[in-house]
Design a protein around this ligand. Sequence first.
Ligand SMILES: Nc1ncnc2c1ncn2[C@@H]1O[C@H](COP(=O)(O)OP(=O)(O)O)[C@@H](O)[C@H]1O
Ligand SMILES: [Mg+2]
Length: 271
Amino acid sequence: MTEQPSNVLEIIQQSMELPEIGHGQEATVYPLAGLPDYVLRVRDDADHRLHTTTQLTPVNYGFDHHAIAPPLVQGEGFSIHPRQPGKSLTLYWQDLARSNQTNEGMEKPEADTKAYEKIMQLLANLPQEQYQVFLEDMNFLTTLRRGIEPLGDNIMLSDATMRWVDPGHNPLNNHLGNVEKMLFQFDLNSAGHKTTEIKALQEQISTKLQEAARLTHTPMNEAEVAKMIPKHHKFEIKHAISEISLLPLSATPVALRETLNRVENHIRREF
Ligand SMILES: Nc1ncnc2c1ncn2[C@@H]1O[C@H](COP(=O)(O)OP(=O)(O)O)[C@@H](O)[C@H]1O
Ligand SMILES: [Mg+2]
């Protein structure tokens, strides 16, 4: 068993030894050792800079705390975020498809199709309210002139929740057409054909999505979202929170937890 980390530097080092939660074009994300509600995101170009960090800076990106898992503290090339439950849609699908082949002995096309069906089942079973929260969070990004990145690996799915990660910079992305595309066609090419079951599940999902869009006034397409983007930023894109002290890497795990809580409370107060 790994020893309990005694300071923030050791937490970071141990986290990077854990199996990653996911990675994308820019970064790899790990569970934060000893603090299960958070993740460590390390930029792939950070290697040479990690060692230059001596303290963590509390930051506020102007994202509502629960919405898109914003960074709470940052060092050179890495940051700590609230953890969104579940797995990304893409990873979920890949893991299921692989397990269908290795554990169930299915041929690839069947393994892919069955995995796709399973994801559609999960989505169809999600509570209606989750669809509303999901769209509200996307619409909230529009008010900040930020955008979703419409890729399946930026949607986190669990049995009970569907949340975003990794916001981008184009608010024109924030419309229902994109969301449908992300949910239904995230890997359709390799997922074989749409079975009758898949089509039926997609109808259920569409119904939930449409109802959520109506309740949250979600724009349907790019032309509609274009009219909703504010001319000015409500917040600066990012600022250090001067009221909360910098956290040295020699600080204790308890101090890290306290700082993360304080940042979350600080951000929450602004909304
Ligand atoms: N806050 C988070 N909670 C849980 N998993 C996350 C979180 N942020 C990212 N991930 C996982 O890590 C992957 C890569 O992170 P992301 O920030 O999207 O990096 P990139 O910019 O390289 O795409 C995501 O696709 C997702 O699976
Ligand atoms: Mg990503």
